[in-house]
Ligand binder design. Structure first.
Ligand code: SF4
Ligand code: MG
Length: 337
């Protein structure tokens, strides 16, 4: 089947006082109905900006899509009329943000905000809208929905507020949900519950889901495939389990090693040394080379930008020496196991 969403060669720039920040530099990814894509990377990797370009909400300093296509059900969101685009983005694609408190309106009750979706988009009466709001709150398992429908966002706990956000996103039964760090602000147990709920709804409604996160630890059980971003590019894509078993890019390997693991208790947590590059001055060659241990003594890493190319088994890597990375980890797994 054709993908639900097909992002092609997307480029986004921000014009800042200090120059042009190249936030997204040729991103390609697809999401099919019923599929979950996890987009992973540190902050500034371009994972949120890509989502904002899809949703048409690039914020200040002004961001511009300078090249590419965002095909949704086969039609380019970037070139369709403003009217059509509003319809698609309002009803067919929904977004969930990290900070529900600032995404929700503080002076309206949760019931009013949920109800408004049905009043505006479905022409529901006040009474119908309220009934729908309660139904939705039940669906996302907010206890005592009938009473809580009258509460304001600040009266909910962080986890419950995130459920309200999910209910808002689900209200019109969209085809695609984009969740940007949906559980980052929550504590670990609540994170898992919210992630499970999202995965359950996604399966039930056969939606496409894009899960944006900096934390490889939270997506293992819910994602089908992963795209790892660095400096505005995808550096590795893989079916989810392969990436945990044996990454094919040194950056992915670094992210994996920095996940806290119970079986490594007591051992020092690994951190990738250095910082992501400024998007105003992306290093030549492989953008990861200043932080990459494998780059040592290798001119190619400093001179040639590696393209994202198929490697093995439905996977792609943007590393000149992916074989080595993959080999290291296979060898390590053999030794361990
Ligand atoms: Fe490291 Fe070179 Fe691979 Fe880039 S191309 S990730 S610098 S080994
Ligand atoms: Mg972000």
């Amino acid at each position: 089947a054709d993908p639900l969403l097909d992002v092609r060669d997307l480029h986004v720039e921000f014009r800042t006082r200090d120059g042009v920040a190249k936030a997204v530099n040729g991103v390609n990814y697809t999401v099919h109905a019923g599929e979950t894509l996890a987009v992973l990377g540190e902050s500034g990797s371009g994972k949120s900006v890509t989502a904002q370009a899809i949703m048409g909400i690039l914020d200040t300093p002004p961001g511009f899509v300078t090249r590419g296509q965002v095909l949704f059900q086969g039609r380019d969101l970037l070139t369709m009329s403003a009217e059509e685009r509003r319809k698609v983005r309002g009803a067919r694609i929904a977004m969930i943000f990290q900070d529900a408190l600032s995404a929700l309106n503080p002076v309206l009750t949760v019931g009013e905000q949920l109800g408004e979706m049905f009043r505006v988009h479905r022409g529901a009466s006040r009474k119908e809208a309220r009934a729908k709001a309660i139904e939705l709150m039940d669906r996302v398992r907010i206890p005592a929905a009938r009473d809580r429908v009258r509460d304001y966002p600040h009266q909910f706990s962080g986890g419950m507020r995130q459920r309200v956000m999910i209910a808002m996103a689900m209200a019109l039964e969209p085809d695609l949900i984009i969740a940007d760090e949906p559980t980052t602000a929550l504590d670990v147990t609540v994170q898992a519950q919210v992630m499970d709920l999202l995965a359950e709804l996604q399966r039930e409604f056969t939606m496409g889901l894009i899960l944006i996160t900096h934390d490889l630890g939270v997506v293992a059980d819910v994602a089908d495939k992963i795209a790892v971003m660095y400096a505005g590019r995808i550096v590795e894509t893989a079916p989810v389990h392969d990436i945990y078993r044996a990454p094919a890019h040194p950056y992915t390997r670094g992210l994996l090693r920095s996940i806290p693991r119970l079986d490594r208790k007591g051992r020092e947590l690994y951190a990738i040394k250095g910082l992501p590059p400024s998007l105003l001055h992306i290093p030549p060659g492989c953008p990861f080379h200043p932080r990459c241990a494998q780059a040592r003594g290798r001119e190619l890493c400093r001179s040639d930008l590696p393209a994202l190319l198929p490697v093995v088994g439905g996977r792609a890597s943007a590393c000149h020496f992916w074989k080595e990375t993959l080999g290291d980890d296979n060898a390590a797994a053999d030794r361990a196991g």
